[in-house]
Structure formats: structure tokens, C-alpha cells
Write a protein of this length. Structure first.
Length: 181
């Protein structure tokens, strides 16, 4: 469908962590990542408390015809993920993006790298606008949205961010991501 650059985030070591799109057979890695999230992180990611069973069913229902999962993999473990999902059953000009990073792997730029990669994927798929919803108190996620030049609004207890993905903007983001990685 499109060429995708794998970003190596750990130097010349062949076992270095990497960002890459997951294939259907790798979705258990996504489940493994989601199930390690704390109760509060799950609530933040899904908007309410969710069980391990919910997460298993959620991952089983991922449809890779209208969803892309970018994983931050360290060896055999997925330490972070970006989920880009079309707002329709097929790819259209709008999508939702959701990020999560294992607690012990935060504050390393992984969330920003995942968002950059998700925006590059969005651009390649013809998506023009992405939407991100996070808790009003989730400053880390808000900072990532701000870096991506999001239009941010606060409503009730949520932060609603809309990120435009015009071709020119996405190409600059992708170029920056390649240089930073």
C-alpha cells in the first residue's frame, strides 16, 4: 500500500528498539502492551475502566483495513503504541489517534515519536485531520499534541485536540522524524 520507514531508536545495535507498523499476526504484542497499562492509564486510554477481557476482545476486533497500529518494540516486547483509526469503515479524510506507553518507558520521547509516525501514516493514507482525546490532567499527552500544532479545546473533563495533516506539514514532520531517529 505504501512504503514505511522503520525508525531505529537505539543506535547501531541490531537489537535496538524500533517503531514499525504491526501486522495482523503481531496484534498479540499490542494486547500484551495494553494489558500492562495501569488501571489509571487504561481509564485514560479508553475513557473508562476496562478489564483484561475487554482488552482481548478489543484487540480481536481491530480491523487493519481501517486501522494502523504503530508499535514501539524493544526486542520481543511492545513498549508503546499509536493507533490510527479511520472515522469510517474505510479510510477517509479523518481519523482518531490514540497513544499509550508503558510507564517505565515514558519521558524518553517515545510518545512524540509514535505521534510523528502516526501522522506520517495518516498523510500516506490521505487523512487530513486527526483527533485525539485525553484527560484534562494528562499534560504529557497535551504537550505531544501541542508539538504537533494541534487545535486544543477543553470540554468537561477532557482535552480535545484536532491535528491538521496537510501534505506539506506531514512531509516536514516525517523529515524531522527521520532526522531525529
Amino acid at each position: 500500500m505504501f512504503k514505511h520507514q522503520i525508525f531505529h531508536c537505539g543506535g547501531a545495535n541490531s537489537n535496538a528498539a524500533q517503531l514499525r507498523v504491526l501486522h495482523h499476526t503481531e496484534l498479540p504484542l499490542y494486547y500484551g502492551h495494553l494489558v500492562r497499562l495501569s488501571r489509571q492509564c487504561r481509564r485514560s486510554r479508553f475513557g473508562n475502566e476496562v478489564s483484561d477481557r475487554f482488552l482481548a476482545d478489543y484487540v480481536d476486533r481491530v480491523d487493519l483495513t481501517n486501522t494502523v497500529i504503530v508499535g514501539y518494540l524493544d526486542g520481543e516486547q511492545m513498549r508503546g503504541g499509536a493507533e490510527l483509526r479511520s472515522l469510517r469503515k474505510v479510510w477517509c479524510n479523518a481519523a482518531e489517534v490514540a497513544l499509550s506507553v508503558d510507564a517505565q518507558w515514558r519521558s524518553r520521547g517515545i510518545g512524540s515519536a509514535l505521534m510523528l509516525d502516526a501522522l506520517c501514516m495518516a498523510q500516506a493514507l490521505g487523512v487530513e485531520r486527526t483527533f485525539l482525546i485525553c484527560d484534562r490532567n494528562n499534560r504529557a499527552m497535551q504537550r505531544i499534541a501541542e508539538k504537533m500544532l494541534a487545535d486544543i479545546q477543553f470540554e468537561d473533563g477532557d482535552c480535545l485536540a484536532e491535528i491538521a495533516v496537510p501534505r506539506r506539514h506531514a512531509e516536514a514532520i516525517c523529515a524531522d522524524a527521520c532526522c531525529a531517529a
